[in-house]
Design a binder for this molecule. Structure first.
Ligand SMILES: [Zn+2]
Length: 173
């Protein structure tokens, strides 16, 4: 499993620079995100293009906030169904990543999962939030990929194709 801390130094400086430390610290407490990687038989990864709200302009795997009482699978399956209409019935946790977005005062701990079993046809379910959706070959993922996924891949995890090789030695560059 991959653990990474990104942007922490910057965020600590932000917090230290604020006089109202206690309230600021509480407000800035990290939220838990989930992301689900769907890989098809051609070793392509499903990504949607975010056109509004947080991280507009990035290609993103299905995901979002974990809600009260959910398991990782339940949270990931719900978000995947909501965003791309696919039913996920099993996941492997492939990484846990901490990302700080100082300009938005946001800090997320994201549980990265790969769908072990899924069914259904991918379609764009939330056209108000996403303007496009594509299966990208793992060997040619877009540059403007969602920051949490970029962090995850930069740690050179086991490749999402399931070869057992590291990402960069397998499909990544
Ligand atoms: Zn691979």
């Amino acid at each position: 499993m991959i653990y990474a801390l990104v942007g922490a130094e910057k965020s600590i400086r932000n917090v230290m620079g604020n006089n109202n430390m206690t309230e600021t610290n509480k407000d800035l407490r990290p939220k838990v995100g989930v992301g689900v990687y769907l890989v098809n038989d051609n070793n392509e990864l499903l990504l949607s293009f975010r056109s509004s709200a947080h991280a507009a302009g990035f290609w993103c795997a299905p995901g979002g906030h974990m809600e009260y009482g959910e398991t990782f699978l339940e949270a990931g399956a719900r978000e995947t169904k909501e965003e791309v209409g696919i039913d996920v019935s099993g996941v492997d946790i492939v990484g846990v990543i901490s990302n700080v977005y100082p300009e938005e005062n946001k800090h997320y701990v994201t549980i990265h999962m790969k769908a072990k079993k899924y069914s259904g046809e991918a379609k764009l379910m939330e056209p108000d939030k996403f303007s496009d959706m594509k299966w990208f070959p793992l060997a040619s993922l877009p540059e403007n990929i969602f920051p949490a996924t970029k962090s995850f891949l930069s740690e050179n995890p086991l490749c999402l194709c399931g070869s057992g090789k590291k990402f960069r030695e397998c499909h990544g560059k």
